[in-house]
Design a protein around this ligand. Structure first.
Ligand code: CP3
Length: 341
């Protein structure tokens, strides 16, 4: 059993630096494409044997030190009674965006064992075979809300910010429901066997710090304090594009803070204080020539040496265009430079 990832989460010394990549299972892998060609993305997420298989692919190919459950942050949102679809090239679409009191009232807060049994079954299947820790995850409430309110992906988040500023009561009612759902969902993942839990806050970087404090942070804090009452699994909070928010993200109660690449890793370590740190190679740096990629990894390992626990990762999800050979070079470099025998 290789537990370096969990040791780093807890701030303990590790024999080598553990590494995993956000979105490490997915379209950049021909092995994933082969499975995915036969089945839609949503069906894949709902078929435990196949979801477990694609979760394992990057572990077997590259030797990552942690696996992340194959699913999507929007899966538990569909279970709230929403019509979700993934369109080729367009990403996720909610046919009926949530923008009224009636729409919020119609959202149900489901019981995970009944609404997403396939996720919990995937976790159990993986735990019975993996030799490395399994990470469960959820979207953080603000990020989830943007998809529900906009009806899909967005660039300026017009409807979300309009609701925050013009109808704060409606916004907070919606966030309270999403938070209840996410809290129950993560607790169920821990009960099923997830050994760490990551909250993805992919879009908080669009918020002014005062708005983050009012409209996003309280919900993250509430999920984490609910989790603390029932489980001791390490909790990772990833606030993408969050360099301007670190004074606040350090107060959510997580064990590990994830960072994107816009902050030098040494600065991230300094700001993270007592937290373990995860990150933060630019996913596009995987396109560097081998020598330059290795040199960058080497300096990241040096600059993060004072962290109270360090987990090497990308600063956001890997892109579908990434050559798998470059991933292999990166993982091997992290292991070699950090003394893995
Ligand atoms: O290996 C892993 O990291 C686990 C799998 C995982 C997926 N989505 C699979 C996926 C994880 C952790 C996610 C999280 C997720 N999903 C986030 C947070 C992380 C981030 O990237 O910011 C977000 C914002 C989503 C929402 C989402 N899902 C979008 C916007 C899209 C379309 C764009 C895209 O990247 O394809 C998805 C689809 C999705 N989620 C795919 C995969 C493998 C592609 C589906 C396919 O096979 O066609």
């Amino acid at each position: 059993m290789n537990d370096t990832f969990l040791q780093a989460c807890r701030g303990e010394r590790t024999a080598h630096t553990p590494v995993w990549f956000m979105r490490q299972a997915g379209r950049y892998l021909p092995q994933y494409q082969k499975v995915r060609n036969k089945i839609s993305f949503l069906e894949l997420c709902k078929t435990p044997e196949l979801a477990a298989e694609v979760t394992r692919q990057p572990i077997d190919i590259f030797g990552f030190d942690a696996a992340i459950l194959f699913s999507d942050i929007l899966i538990p949102m569909e279970a709230m009674n929403l019509d979700l679809d993934f369109h080729e090239g367009k990403g996720p679409i909610f046919a009926h965006p949530v923008r009224s009191h009636k729409a919020v009232d119609e959202l149900v807060v489901p019981v995970p064992e009944e609404s997403v049994p396939f996720v919990l079954e995937t976790i159990r299947l993986l735990r019975s075979t993996l030799q490395i820790p399994l990470i469960g995850f959820a979207g953080a409430p603000f990020t989830l809300a943007t998809y529900l309110i906009e009806g899909g992906s967005s660039k300026v988040f017009l409807h979300t910010k309009k609701m925050m500023f013009q109808e704060p009561k409606l916004y907070h009612n919606l966030l309270a429901k999403i938070t209840a759902c996410t809290s129950a969902y993560l607790q169920a993942q821990a009960r099923a066997g997830a050994q760490a839990l990551q909250l993805f806050d992919s879009w908080v970087g669009i918020l002014a710090p005062c708005d983050y404090e009012e409209f996003a942070l309280p919900y993250v804090r509430s999920i984490i304090s609910d989790l603390r009452a029932v489980t001791d699994v390490p909790i990772i909070y990833f606030a993408n594009n969050g360099a301007t928010l670190t004074r606040l993200t350090t107060t959510v109660g997580a064990d590990v803070l994830g960072f994107d690449w816009r902050l030098p890793i040494g600065d991230a370590v300094a700001r993270a204080g007592n937290h373990a740190v995860q990150g933060n190679l630019d996913p596009l740096a995987l396109f560097l020539p081998k020598e330059k990629l290795e040199a960058r990894i080497k300096s990241m390992l040096t600059d993060s040496r004072d962290a109270r626990g360090y987990i090497f990762n990308l600063g956001h999800g890997i892109l579908p265009e990434t050559p798998p050979d470059q991933v292999k070079i990166a993982v091997e470099a992290v292991h070699r430079f950090s003394g893995k025998s």
